[in-house]
Design a protein. Structure first.
Length: 218
C-alpha cells in the first residue's frame, strides 16, 4: 500500500513503487518523490467519486507512474490535484481515463511542470487534460484525446502557461477550444503541434483565447 509509506516517510524521501495495480486515494503533504519500478504500475482511485492523488503541501515529484480511474464530482478534480503553494513535477508519467468534475487529468493551483508525459483519454466539464489556475509548464509531452462537455478539452489556463515541444491533438469539447484555451492570463506555445482538435458547437477548435498568447513562428 502506498499511503502508509507516504505517512511514514520523512520529508525529502523517495518512495519506489513496485509493479502492480494500487486502488487508493493518496494524500501527500510533505516533500516527496514517487517513482515507478520500471515495470507497469497503476495507481487508481478506490472510490466512485474521488481524486486519485491530492497534494496539499510540499514539493512533490512523480516519475514513471500511470495514474488513472479518478472520478471527480461537483466541480472537484479527478486525477491529480495540486493545492496553492505546492509544487509538482510529473516526468515520464501517463495520466489517463480520469473523468468528471473539472481538471480531468491534472488540476493545478500551484506550480506544475509536466515533462515527457502523456495526458490522454480524460473527461471533464473543463480542463479535461490539464486545468491550470497558477503556473504550469508542459515540455515534450502528449495531450491527446481528452474530452470536455463545456470548456477546454486539452489544456485550460487562467494564469500563466508555457508549452514547448509538445503535441496537443485529438481533443474535443462541446464549447470553448478543443486544444488550448487561455481563459485569462498569458500563454506561450513553442515548437509544438496542435492537430485535429474540435469544438463542436463553437469556434476555436485549436486555440481559444480570452487572455494573451505568444506563438512564435517557426
Amino acid at each position: 500500500m502506498i499511503q502508509p509509506a507516504i505517512n511514514a516517510a520523512s520529508s525529502g524521501d523517495t518512495i519506489s513503487i513496485g509493479s502492480g495495480t494500487y486502488s487508493q486515494n493518496l494524500t501527500i503533504a510533505k516533500n516527496l518523490t514517487l517513482t515507478g519500478s520500471g515495470k507497469p504500475t497503476a495507481t487508481r482511485s478506490s472510490g466512485s467519486t474521488a481524486t486519485v492523488v491530492s497534494i496539499s503541501s510540499g514539493t512533490v515529484g512523480f516519475q514513471g507512474l500511470p495514474i488513472s480511474g479518478g472520478a471527480g464530482s461537483n466541480g472537484s478534480p479527478c486525477g491529480i490535484s495540486v493545492a496553492s503553494g505546492c509544487t509538482l513535477t510529473v516526468s515520464g508519467c501517463t495520466v489517463t481515463q480520469n473523468s468528471g468534475g473539472i481538471g480531468g487529468g491534472i488540476a493545478n493551483n500551484g506550480t506544475l511542470t509536466v515533462t515527457n508525459s502523456t495526458i490522454s483519454g480524460n473527461t471533464a466539464v473543463g480542463g479535461a487534460g490539464i486545468l491550470n489556475t497558477a503556473t504550469a509548464t508542459v515540455v515534450g509531452s502528449y495531450i491527446l484525446n481528452n474530452n470536455a462537455t463545456f470548456s477546454a478539452a486539452g489544456l485550460e489556463s487562467t494564469n500563466a502557461m508555457t508549452v514547448t515541444t509538445s503535441n496537443i491533438s485529438g481533443n474535443t469539447t462541446a464549447q470553448t477550444a478543443g486544444g488550448l484555451f487561455i481563459e485569462s492570463g498569458t500563454a506561450t506555445v513553442r515548437d509544438s503541434t496542435l492537430n485535429g482538435n474540435t469544438a463542436t458547437n463553437t469556434s476555436g477548435g485549436g486555440i481559444g483565447s480570452g487572455g494573451r498568447q505568444t506563438i512564435p513562428a517557426r
